[in-house]
Ligand binder design. Structure first.
Ligand SMILES: NC(=O)c1ccc[n+]([C@@H]2O[C@H](COP(=O)([O-])OP(=O)(O)OC[C@H]3O[C@@H](n4cnc5c(N)ncnc54)[C@H](OP(=O)(O)O)[C@@H]3O)[C@@H](O)[C@H]2O)c1
Length: 229
């Protein structure tokens, strides 16, 4: 039973499609319910829960609904996220708080909700979607990169804290990946000297495979290689 946040597009939708092919039962979460329902129509054993992951009551509803439907949560994929692509001097602080809420607080809160369930069932896996930008100082994306760097250390610490419970916590660090998110990044940070960085990126299928392989292997992280960089 896999809960995927941000399943309405991009990497999250691809992860849901691949997990379905690998035989998982799925819980799809995002705000655009009609997109989730369209995806669910192509899958079986699939629950749609319209969720704004920044809202505490909606997070509780998501996890409660998953347990009510399937009786367990084996994997949580914390994929919902968004960017903030302006030079640091121009970062609107309220916008940064909002992105931090989505990219850092929400994944932590969802981890907190599934940990007791996974502990009681004898184990589980949590995969958090970070970014290679969390490990590089790239002008124009520092605020976004900071949220992913925060997520990295939360994942790494949770991994240590939960090992004895059989709960593995992993990080995926994609390079640029062909999604709506990536198009926004490309438009916001036109840097000719970094053209290769914004060259056509990984496929969503490659990132989805990395996510699910980590959930199965329990390895600490996967840094996706971008072959054309
Ligand atoms: N694409 C890249 O180049 C790249 C590289 C490295 C890391 N990443 C990371 O990969 C993850 C997925 O991004 P993507 O590239 O697949 O982008 P995307 O296509 O824009 O998908 C983002 C997803 O997050 C969901 N979301 C946003 N705000 C939400 C909220 N408040 N509550 C619930 N869901 C919310 C969106 O669904 P709704 O709008 O329907 O809610 C959407 O399904 C993100 O964490 C991103 O930081 C992407």
């Amino acid at each position: 039973v896999i809960v995927v946040t941000g399943a309405s597009s991009g990497i999250g939708a691809a992860t849901a499609r691949l997990a379905h092919r690998r035989g998982a039962r799925l819980v799809l979460a995002a705000r655009r319910e009609e997109r989730l329902r369209a995806l669910a129509e192509t899958l079986t054993n699939c629950l749609v829960v319209r969720t704004d992951v920044t809202k505490d009551d909606e997070r509780h509803h998501l996890v409660d609904a998953a347990v009510r439907e399937f009786g367990q949560v084996d994997v949580l994929v914390n994929n919902a996220g968004c960017g903030l692509h302006v030079p640091l001097e121009e970062v609107d602080l309220d916008a940064f708080r909002e992105v931090f809420e989505l990219n850092v607080i929400a994944p932590l809160a969802l981890m907190q909700l599934v940990i007791p369930i996974m502990r009681a069932q004898g184990g589980g896996a949590i995969v958090n979607l970070s970014s290679q930008l969390s490990r590089t100082a790239l002008p124009g994306v520092g605020a976004y990169a900071a949220t992913k760097a925060a997520l990295n250390i939360l994942s790494e610490t949770a991994r240590e804290e939960l090992a004895a419970d059989g709960i593995v916590v992993s990080n995926v660090l994609p390079a640029t990946t062909n999604t709506d998110f990536y198009l926004a990044l490309r438009q916001a940070t036109p840097r000719p000297d970094r053209a290769a960085m914004y060259a056509a990126g990984d496929s969503v299928e490659a990132v989805a495979a990395a996510v699910l392989d980590l959930a199965e292997s329990g390895a600490a992280e996967t840094v996706l290689l971008q072959h054309d960089r």
